[in-house]
Design a protein around this ligand. Structure first.
Ligand SMILES: C[S@@+](CC[C@H](N)C(=O)[O-])C[C@H]1O[C@@H](n2cnc3c(N)ncnc32)[C@H](O)[C@@H]1O
Length: 406
């Protein structure tokens, strides 16, 4: 038995932390979502987890694969709140959630109310069994739980006013638009050039147009819609591996790249700086947009500690590669609360590649920093180039995604 006072205290602290954190970022949690967060008891959806874990602003992993990688979780509450605000649920809405955990479905049920409908689906039978049991135990037994591949949606209960995808996708399969009402809204964490953003998409004729986007991270989709990114190894020393993660057909495997790190480091500094807690995720989007050979550098902690590389984030820092050379973004402290972006590069063409990446960091600073970011428009595959909105075009099996900056 949990101590009820302690549970209520931790619950209130969790909600307070989410509301304060979002307000600080300038995107306040709506009263409806805040109210739903207060009403749904998260510990009921992670039975067995200590109360501190159930009410921490963190994902709770509920399943791992044979390599120990998370395949299912009850998502981080702040990310859930952010996506629910993007979804803008109205009372009475019919909602499909792809990727179940139970908790988010209960919040959706609170938002749509008794006149609405919530369907939650998952590809994993263990997950749907657990979601059914926890939803029923928490009093949400009218949520429909479906065990099936979300790539195909679930047409029986559609069409839906709202579809929310809570698993990382690289494409938007036809079912998600076929099962969406004409004035419906789709929220999906979409991976483009290796960067995942939760997009809130509205239908405009045959297209879907983004209304907002937010940084997020999700376990990748399994089943028919799964899509792997390629790895190019830069340093293979066991425990100190460094690689490029590539989600981009322009960048081909280049065997000369495994020699690049044996060459001296070139470096250049940009004069562009950031404060300690200042987000700069739009810079990543800009670099992915502006540089055709964009990829993400990844490194183990041991590789960073040993000074093999010094990226701005070891799990995915903007990088470019060409002709046996790679360049990536780094930071140095230039004041009490200021860090300056720079670029490190290795390989025969290191100075030129470093200058190319640094130039685009300055272009972002001079022309786009602090301004509205890109609009993402999703077109059906086969849409001719002259009917796209211009900008960068990313082709997937089912869609052509155009990214345009004002
Ligand atoms: C982050 S969890 C969902 C969290 C959940 N919405 C919550 O309430 O916190 C992602 C889920 O997506 C599921 N998933 C992965 N691929 C899927 C697919 N093709 N169709 C449906 N579910 C899928 C995983 O099994 C996993 O349970």
């Amino acid at each position: 038995m949990h101590d009820v006072d302690e549970q209520e205290r931790l619950h209130e602290l969790m909600v307070y932390g989410i509301v304060r954190g979002r307000a600080r970022l300038g995107v306040p949690v709506s009263p409806e979502v805040e109210d739903a967060l207060r009403r749904v008891k998260r510990h009921l959806f992670v039975p067995g987890a200590p109360l501190e874990e159930a009410y921490a602003d963190d994902a709770v992993v509920t399943k791992r694969d044979a390599d120990g990688l998370a395949t299912s979780s009850v998502s981080q509450p702040t990310i859930i709140a952010m996506m629910l605000d993007q979804l803008q649920v109205r009372p009475g809405d019919r909602i499909l959630e792809i990727g179940s955990g139970g908790y988010n479905a209960a919040l959706l049920r609170e938002l749509t109310g008794p006149s609405g409908l919530v369907v939650t689906m998952d590809i994993d039978r263990d997950v749907t069994d657990r979601a059914s049991a926890t939803l029923a135990a928490a009093g949400y037994d009218d949520v429909r739980v479906v065990w099936s591949d979300g790539e195909f949606g679930t047409a029986e209960c559609g069409p839906y006013d709202r579809i929310i995808v809570t698993v990382g996708a690289a494409d938007i399969p036809p079912a998600w638009t076929e099962q969406l009402m004409a004035d419906g809204r789709l929220v999906v964490p979409l991976r483009l050039r290796g960067l995942t953003r939760s997009l809130a998409l509205h239908r405009v004729g045959e297209r879907l147009v983004s209304k907002s986007y937010e940084v997020c991270g999700f376990v990748p989709m399994q089943g028919a819609g799964s899509s792997q990114q390629r790895q190019i190894v830069l340093h293979a020393e066991p425990g100190r591996e460094v690689a490029l993660r590539v989600d981009n057909p322009v960048l081909h495997f280049d065997p000369a790249l495994d020699q690049a790190l044996t060459m001296p480091r070139a470096e250049t500094w940009t004069g562009v700086s950031v404060r300690s807690m200042e987000p700069f995720d739009d810079l990543d989007l800009w670099l992915a947009y502006a540089l055709p050979e964009f990829s993400l550098l990844t490194a183990t902690k041991a590789a960073v500690d040993a000074g093999v590389v010094a990226p701005t984030w070891r799990l995915g820092t903007p990088a470019i590669a060409s002709a046996g050379t790679f360049a990536y973004r780094t930071l140095r402290k230039v004041g009490d609360d200021q860090h300056e972006f720079g670029v490190y590069a290795h390989g025969p063409d290191a100075d030129a590649l470093a200058a190319r990446l640094a130039e685009q960091i300055r272009v972002w600073h001079d022309g786009h920093r602090g301004k509205p970011g890109p609009t993402f428009t999703i077109h059906p595959a086969g849409t001719p180039d002259d009917r796209l909105d211009g900008g960068l075009v990313i082709d997937r099996d089912h869609r052509r995604v155009s990214v345009s900056w004002r």
